[in-house]
Design a protein around this ligand. Structure first.
Ligand SMILES: N[C@@H](CCC(=O)N[C@@H](CS)C(=O)NCC(=O)O)C(=O)O
Length: 210
């Protein structure tokens, strides 16, 4: 049984989509970031950096419950624990890691930096955010080319690379419409019941328990 502390952001959605994809029972605790709930002492005890998502696994092989932060680590942990959405073959798995890191470290981290620069609302910083955002969104070109040749990011199978990249791409959907293969991939993934349920579980006011 898992507890998921989440909110309606791509990082939170990664975790809830993965819980749904792997069919795990979990309870959702919605954290209202706009009200600063992530900085309350009870939450800081779970994640001292005051950020969602946080996953608590109460079934960690007889040991203390595992409290895990960082959306990519959560998705990877669930894949390894359940044996789902991560190929056993080393080379195929390397491709999965390649595409998920490409998004998480190059696109996701850069857009996050833009968000922080923009919040300062000083002209020079806004300009830096504009330039960085254009560069990061341009990287989706490589994802579009990859998806021209195969149905999913790391090959013929749906993997955690798709789960990691999907929520961020959905958040930028309007800016990615010229990428035909990304658009096809997004439409395809949006049909998956686990994706729909995972997005709903991280949306405002949900208190999903299974
Ligand atoms: N690298 C982390 C980033 C986590 C993160 O920055 N979460 C944001 C929401 S997307 C948050 O909780 N922000 C609250 C705050 O900064 O006060 C991850 O992938 O989980």
């Amino acid at each position: 049984m898992f507890d998921l502390y989440t909110s309606s952001t791509p990082n939170g959605q990664r975790a809830s989509i993965m819980l749904e994809e792997t069919g795990q029972p979990y309870t959702t605790h919605w954290i209202d970031l706009s009200k600063g709930e992530q900085r309350k002492p009870a939450f800081l005890r779970l994640n001292p950096s005051g950020r969602i998502p946080v996953l608590v696994d109460h079934d960690s092989s007889g040991r203390e419950p595992l409290v895990l932060t960082q959306s990519v680590a959560i998705v990877q942990y669930l894949a390894e624990k359940t044996g789902k959405l991560l190929p056993e073959d080393l080379i195929k798995r390397a491709r999965v890691y390649e595409w998920m890191q490409f998004h998480a470290t190059d696109i996701g981290a850069t857009l996050f930096t833009c968000f922080y620069l923009q919040r300062r609302s000083l002209f020079g910083l806004s300009m830096a955010a504009f330039i960085l955002r254009r560069w990061a969104l341009g990287l989706y070109h490589h994802f579009d080319e990859q998806l021209a040749a195969q149905p999913y990011l790391a090959g013929p199978e749906y993997t955690i690379a798709d789960v990691i990249v999907l929520p961020g791409a959905l958040a930028q959907e309007n800016r990615l419409r010229d990428y035909r293969n990304i658009t096809r991939w997004l439409e395809d993934l949006k049909q998956r019941p686990a994706v729909q349920q995972g997005l709903a579980a991280s949306s405002r006011g949900s208190s999903h328990a299974e």
